[in-house]
Design a protein around this ligand. Structure first.
Ligand SMILES: [Zn+2]
Length: 278
């Protein structure tokens, strides 16, 4: 938060009043800053509560009406099992929607390994299927981690104060934590060095988030998969040769792509607060 909005370490009373009254002049930055501070500061939550009572009579009346209806229902319901709290924490990192996509990714890599191990393709000069698939392996899980079309809880998350790019990055990290070790194991079994696929894999992942800030992550991720399949996988299968983009000489280009992707993502991070067209 900028200094003028602060009263010591707390939110200024005037800012709380504008927040309560839903002041249209309040910027998204200010709203986010207020919500982030409220999450961790009980004193300011109290200030907010008294602000609501003072400035927004209709809200108070509405809340009292809701509580009058809810109270008997809450009293009659069973207490929530403690496990829910843990589940809520987990939801910040992963969504149940991602599970089938993890499964599909694992299956795809095992199939590629089987093709490498039990067909004569490698001996005939074809590139390793595991190597060809590795750079785009995490992308479908990344798409599932933050997509309106694939995640029924998307709207709730996009509207949460902790939503937006922070959640996207956390869930992407969760995807990489699962998929990279899987790739290391399958790649090791296939005899493929991580030096050849790790940087492309990270560049594609960051690239899909950067591109996703313009067109939506699902569209960006599946678009990049299609591009990779059309431009690299198919031609190298037809030519029965090792794909140039996965030669060691291409490493600086992947490094540059990763940096450009990260810079674009940082510049566009606020787009994730309102992403809707996925
Ligand atoms: Zn405070």
């Amino acid at each position: 938060m900028r200094a003028r909005e602060h009263d010591g370490d707390h939110i200024a009373a005037e800012l709380v009043r504008r927040y309560v009254c839903d002041d249209p002049a309040l910027t998204v930055d200010e709203t986010w800053a207020v919500e982030a501070h409220l999450e961790s500061c009980a004193a300011c939550r109290e200030q907010l509560a008294s602000g609501v009572a003072e400035h927004a009579g209709d809200v108070t009346a509405l809340l009292e009406g809701v509580w009058a209806e809810l109270d008997p229902a809450v009293a009659a319901s069973a207490p929530q099992p403690a496990g829910n709290r843990w589940l809520r924490h987990l939801h910040a990192w992963a969504s149940p929607v991602m599970l089938p996509w993890f499964g599909m990714t694992a299956l795809m890599l095992l199939l590629a390994l089987a093709v490498d191990a039990w067909t004569p393709l490698l001996r005939e000069g074809y590139p390793s299927m595991v190597l060809l698939l590795a750079p785009v392996a995490p992308l479908s899980c990344v798409a599932a981690a933050w997509s309106r079309g694939l995640d029924p809880a998307h709207e709730v998350l996009a509207g949460a104060a902790r939503g937006g790019v922070e959640l996207v990055l956390r869930r992407t990290a969760a995807v990489l934590v699962v998929v990279i070790p899987l790739l290391l194991v399958v790649g090791w079994a296939a005899g493929t060095s991580p030096a050849r696929w790790l940087l492309p894999c990270l560049a594609f992942t960051v690239g899909s988030l950067a591109l996703g800030s313009f067109v939506g992550i699902a569209r960006a991720a599946f678009g990049l998969i299609a591009l990779w399949a059309g431009a690299v996988i198919l031609p190298s299968l037809f030519a029965a040769g090792s794909p140039l983009p996965l030669e060691p000489s291409a490493t600086p280009i992947w490094g540059a792509a990763l940096v450009v992707g990260a810079v674009v993502l940082a510049a566009r991070s606020r787009a994730y607060a309102w992403l809707g067209s996925q």
